[in-house]
Design a protein around this ligand. Structure first.
Ligand code: FAD
Length: 541
């Protein structure tokens, strides 16, 4: 059980939030009018996400009986409650929470006293000192399976990925095949593939734990390699025919085929239902199939990938919207460089060119042009029955991807915490280690607390998905909060490094630019808040 004070703070936040969500449902007519109240809907989505994280961290702390984790749970809950109260007070009419509810919850004198005590700067400084002592290393208790997975992933990531991470980033290299081969051996590409299809069937929690360790060593050259197979695996499990599962899942699990996910187009991003890339039914050399024509953008790993999971319009009637889209598995050759062209014997062409980015280097993200590129009929996910179901399957795949991104973001933030705790212990100014200064301790304490909250929200989402694969709300919340925390924690860590935080030879400068991409992909932050989280929270129950 969490401490009484933490429990009281969280209960008060939950009561105020639930009242605000009820009022939000009325205001938006059960979510139908979110677009007429976008700003308020975003506030509700974010507050609900933060309260869920406070609950996850305090639930975890209550079960392990560790003083630092207890302090983190209390401090995080207090900051969330303080922000929620200030948001409600600042926009009282919008939130629609009555005086009576506020007086009994976040406005209650004892609750406010508990909030002040729990978020007192001295509490954060205690946590920060502990981080300096332990160099921020994550040894948080976890069950035996999780522990084994964490130890083995950490050892691989530190020995084999970390030494290459800086070079890959600075020279914008492609992730070497040696990393892919070792990850294949360890079974990391088949974590969500059931054993009957050659996978590990490890479940979502272990997948997140392993992702964290890989991402701490390198976001793009290790942690993110798993995202694409996770998305395609979930799409195939949800909508693939039995023959497709048998054909594609074993080589995905074995790491024999690398995947890219191709949804975004130059002019179509968030409005996925408006995808324009066309798939026209046809025949080539007596084989039935589809000709793909059109442009795609930001397809990560498209060069090295052996297959692209591509969302294309099979029904040309624009009124068909999302129902006119189908998901294809598009085979291609693997190319190592930043640009490639693939010519099919029948005349189809696929051209790809990587768009340079400040971070997230190692996989390259490509703009693609398809010209009558032939794909056999059996590669439409779900075969004939899958026509028109691509949007739905892609969204289910994205839910899995978002959960994995909770792990990616937590791992990256963890790396920033560790490198910063080490730096603070060693760097001396004014005759003292900078970690001896109160403000550094306070900042490290807040960084560690936020990382712990991101981790426990991601684990809670993984457990929810282990129980019910449809737990898309929890996965979206984990992605939203962990990504923001990764951005905040890497930037705070950079400041603690001073000028050296801006030097490429210090890992923190890479962590900062890598983190910036996290709130953008798999549903850019405002879309995730409005179209996924707010919609799920405010929709009719
Ligand atoms: C490095 C990188 C890698 C990527 N990898 C992949 C990949 O592998 N596969 C893939 O398919 N895509 C990938 N993406 C693309 C990514 O998913 C998209 O960039 C993202 O979904 C947003 O789409 P957009 O860029 O077109 O932004 P837009 O949709 O144009 O949105 C821009 C902004 O407009 C505002 N906005 C838009 N619509 C609304 C609305 N309804 N209400 C309120 N505000 C709104 C928001 O502020 C939003 O942030 C990647 C992107 C990057 C940067």
């Amino acid at each position: 059980m969490p401490s009484d004070a933490t429990r009281r703070i969280i209960d008060a936040s939950r009561a105020a939030l639930d009242a605000a969500l009820d009022a939000g449902r009325r205001l938006t007519d059960g979510g139908k009018g979110i677009d007429e109240h976008q700003v308020h809907a975003e506030r509700l989505a974010y507050a609900a996400t933060e309260v869920a994280a406070a609950e996850a961290l305090s639930g975890y702390a209550g079960g392990i009986g560790d003083a630092t984790t207890d302090a983190m749970a209390a401090a995080f809950a207090a900051e969330v409650a303080d922000r929620l109260r200030s948001r409600i007070e600042g926009h009282r009419e919008d939130f629609g929470v009555s005086d009576a509810v506020m007086a009994k919850s976040l406005g209650d004198g004892d609750v406010q006293k508990a909030i002040r005590a729990a978020q007192h700067e001295a509490r954060f400084r205690d946590i920060g000192r502990e981080m300096i002592r332990t160099r921020g290393v994550n040894n948080s208790p976890i069950d035996d399976v999780g522990l084994m997975a964490r130890d083995s992933a950490r050892s691989f990531a530190r020995k084999e990925v970390a030494p290459l991470a800086e070079r890959i980033h600075r020279h914008d290299e492609l992730v070497p095949d040696s990393i892919i081969a070792k990850m294949s051996e360890l079974g990391y590409f088949g974590m969500s593939v059931p054993e009957e299809y050659g996978g590990q069937g490890m479940g979502n929690l272990v997948m997140v734990v392993i992702t964290e360790e890989l991402s701490a060593a390198s976001l793009a050259a290790a942690g993110s390699l798993i995202t694409r197979p996770e998305i395609l695996t979930k799409a195939l499990l949800n909508g693939g025919s039995e023959a497709q599962k048998k054909k594609w899942l074993p080589p995905i699990a074995a790491g024999e085929i690398m995947c890219g996910i191709s949804v975004t187009e130059p002019d179509t991003g968030s409005d996925v239902a408006a995808v324009r890339c066309r798939a026209e039914r046809g025949e080539q050399d007596g084989k039935a199939g589809w000709f793909i024509s059109g442009a795609k953008a930001w397809c990560t790993f498209a060069g090295r990938a052996n297959v692209l999971a591509l969302l294309a319009r099979t029904n040309p009637d624009p009124k068909a919207g999302a129902k006119g889209l189908s998901l294809f598995i598009v085979p291609k050759d693997a190319f190592p460089g930043h640009e490639f062209e693939m010519k099919q014997p029948g005349g189809g062409v696929l051209h790809g060119k990587a768009d340079p980015t400040p971070g997230y280097r190692g996989m390259h993200s490509y703009t693609l042009a398809f010209e009558r590129y032939f794909v056999p009929a059996e590669n439409l996910v779900g075969e004939a029955a899958g026509e028109g179901r691509g949007f739905y399957l892609q969204m289910q795949g994205f839910a899995a991807g978002r959960l994995q991104t909770g792990g990616r973001a937590t791992g990256l933030a963890q790396a920033a915490l560790e490198t910063t705790a080490g730096y603070a212990a060693e760097r001396k100014q004014f005759g003292r280690s900078i970690g001896d200064f109160q403000l550094t301790q306070y900042k490290l304490g807040r960084m560690a607390t936020q990382v712990a909250a991101a981790r426990q929200l991601s684990y809670a989402a993984a457990r929810a998905m282990d129980e019910d694969e449809g737990a898309a709300l929890q996965a979206a919340m984990a992605k939203l909060l962990s990504s923001d925390i990764a951005v905040a924690v890497t930037q705070e860590g950079q400041l603690i490094h001073g000028g050296w935080g801006y030097a490429e030879e210090f890992a923190i400068s890479r962590h900062v630019v890598d983190a910036l991409v996290l709130p953008i992909f798999e549903g850019v932050k405002p879309i995730l808040e409005l179209k996924v989280i707010a919609r799920a929270l405010l929709g009719e129950r």
